[in-house]
Design a protein around this ligand. Sequence first.
Ligand code: FAD
Length: 385
Amino acid sequence: MNLARENFPELREAVAALCKQFDSPYWQAIDEKRVYPEKFVAALTKAGWMSALIPEEFGGSGLSLTEATVIMEEVTRSGGNAGCCHGQMYNMNTLLRNGSAAQKKKYLPKIATGELRLQAMGVTEPGAGTDTTKIKTFAVKKGDRYVVNGQKVWTSRLQHSELMILLARTAPPSQKKTEGMSVFLVETRSKGFEVKPIRNMVNHETNQVFIDNLEIPVENLIGEEGKGFRYILDGLNAERILIAAECIGDGYWFTEKSTNYAKDRVVFDRPIGQNQGIQFPIAEAYMEIEAAIEAANLMRYKAASLFDSHKPCGAEANMAKHLAAKASWEAANVCLQTHGGFGFAAEYDVERKFRENRLYLVAPISTNLILSYLAEHVLGLPRSF
Ligand SMILES: Cc1cc2nc3c(=O)[nH]c(=O)nc-3n(C[C@H](O)[C@H](O)[C@H](O)COP(=O)(O)OP(=O)(O)OC[C@H]3O[C@@H](n4cnc5c(N)ncnc54)[C@H](O)[C@@H]3O)c2cc1C
């Protein structure tokens, strides 16, 4: 089996060793109780992985996005759920690339030590959905503050994050729909937030947020007013690349799990993997998964390297995420089928990972929107919206 672990062996080994301390009973208990994996995230923070992208001068590890993807891949590959911790990695890029020197000096050292977390991003709104240009949350400048009113949905990890990246309109939509939006770095314990958790398919802390006269100091505006859409893309592209890596980790986890189970499970006095009816789908799935994962992997490293060299990577980030999400979902289905009834039993982890992996065909961006991006922005087909 292609283990695809040739690159960054030391980094992989270190992250895998940490993840080993958080075994299957740990994740099962967290999932059952629907709680946040505090101990796991604290260990990642202590080891410096949560501050991977923060430059060393601010106390971080000074790693690239490529290396950050390897960290996330090892988390899902170990059987864990990276949804609790990937937010800080992708949000960091919006701040690192577009934040002011004063913002970096004030916040980065505290994020590096774990005193503060920058894990939440409020972009999606109930009325706008994927059409981000239709957001209604509005920030009005009043003296030395912005006063914000509006509503967000699916704001993840907000209850476990002292800081949040918030996208709001600062001007009504004009001819250029992406203009007039701004990005703010918000201290989430400020007055003006009402947070309502959304119970969902996975153990993923995510919320509805009602914003009522939230005051943000003007110095917490990121970059230039009205240009926020461009800045948020730095975070969104990084998110797609990181999630591609998480899916690749999942894909390997499912493939290894299917193979091992087929060797061990004895029915009719023989391992089920001795029956060609079981062998063939696994072999076929293995071929498809390996090919798809190889392609997704190539695309993910290409996208990450473009991102690291500040080059456009929208198409590659979208393709990496799509290929990886599709391939790992195939692997998840084969794994569940191979496990038969036990695939549904929580103690085998398959049903949990199955639910966790399914999310990535929808979020952070759904399949249709990726296909439409490629068709229209890369292939030049007529715009449908
Ligand atoms: C668990 C979870 C966590 C999340 N975390 C965050 C977060 O932290 N921060 C944040 O801002 N957002 C977050 N999201 C939101 C996520 O990014 C969106 O759910 C996702 O982008 C899809 O948008 P939507 O749900 O509004 O779907 P909609 O825009 O309502 O679309 C519904 C369906 O219609 C399809 N569709 C829409 N328009 C078209 C079209 N023109 N052509 C073809 N198909 C179309 C879509 O592909 C989708 O399948 C999260 C979502 C989930 C489920």
